[in-house]
Design a protein around this ligand. Sequence first.
Ligand code: SDX
Length: 434
Amino acid sequence: MTQSTSVTLTSKDSKTLCELPVLSGTTGPDVLDVQSLYKQTGMFTYDPGFTSTASCRSAITYIDGEAGVLLYRGYPIEQLAEKCTFLEVCYLLLEGELPDHQQLQAFERNITLHTMVHDQLNNFFKGFRRDAHPMAIMVGVVGALSAFYHDALDIRSKCDRQMTAIRLLAKVPTIVAMCHKYSTGTPFMYPKNKLSYVENFMRMMLATPCEEFEPNPVLVKALDRILILHADHEQNASTSTVRLAGSSGANPFACITAGIACLWGAAHGGANEAVLNMLEEIQDVSRIGIYIDKAKDKSDPFRLMGFGHRVYKNHDPRAKLMRETCHQVLTELGLCDDKMFKLALELERIALEDEYFIEKKLYPNVDFYSGIVLHALGIPSKMFTAIFAMGRTVGWISHWDEMIADPEQKIGRPRQLYTGAARRDVPAIHGNAV
Ligand code: SDX
């Protein structure tokens, strides 16, 4: 990070208010360093939703929303999705470089040996209704991990942070699968160490003790790619939540739980489930026009789920890769005529030709096709956001770790523009309270 120049702030009557440094990173927009603004001018910046605010410096992920570019540690998402496994990408995000063969083997083995959860954690599930939303259970159970794994919670210890990263990467898939099994009333499946990360998850999620699990390599590769596409995405809402929670010194399990809670929202990670519900509501291509009109009607709260993005004002590169994966999975399963997929393709075609979507630069995002793939893989729509959380856990941990190690790090404490009542006295009538 270097200071490239500075900006002088002057009042309407040309009085110099302050001079602010302009900082440059490796690539992307420069930033105006406003840390001294309040001290120099007595004013705050005002930016609801942080549309023009950089909350931190980071070396993990870079997005160029205008060009539709996504890089994890400098590598294009298209190349990572094509050439790497999810665990290689996890290593890359956590350590900053792709692992060599030996490093990858050790990393995979370490994760494999931590996939079981403390057996008492099973008792937590008994307290939930069978029809509880899996994300509600995830918030409860992942949050409880700090009650079981408190032997390595010294956040200033790199070794403890690495241990917690391994535990979370290893145990979140087991917990996600347990959420699904609990909702169906079928027994929890214990991890099998001879299986790969995704094979293990698919077995815990979809198999029963009654039959041997035979992983379909095409479907395993598809889910592995889906996790890569969800692994990280810069300072999105849930990652910013993890960073803010971590800035107070809260333990990493609690911080990741805060991220899970934030991801659940339909405007964020909950969109994949909302897309499938929307497609089921539209039902037929003949009804697409009705929903396009609803999405354009300002008096109607309906939005086209899976469309639009705060950063991408061009195609979300993940959506294109997800559409390809969708086609591969449906072909493998002989579902090329899948009604939902055809409906989604037609909805995308119509929306992308519509003036409203063109003018507002609304393109399909990562959530538009992911639901169709997950549905084809036999995963119920209520589980979609939990799968998103499983992929994003590595991004959350990487940002949490980067924030803890950042010498500039301090507790996050934004200010406000106060618009409430000015100081006033309690009226006499209330003076008689005893
Ligand atoms: C994710 O941040 C990330 O990186 C998130 C994510 C990640 O990997 O972490 O990429 C994952 O959350 C993807 C987004 C999933 N959400 C959805 O698909 C829900 C539907 N999309 C929208 O709710 C919306 O597009 C957001 C929330 C994604 C982005 O909202 P913004 O940036 O705040 O944009 P906005 O609401 O200001 O919209 C700009 C305009 C508005 O119209 P005007 O007020 O200018 O007239 O576009 C309109 C909006 O009404 N608009 C839509 C729309 N999205 C935006 N109109 C219809 N349908 C939509 N989907």
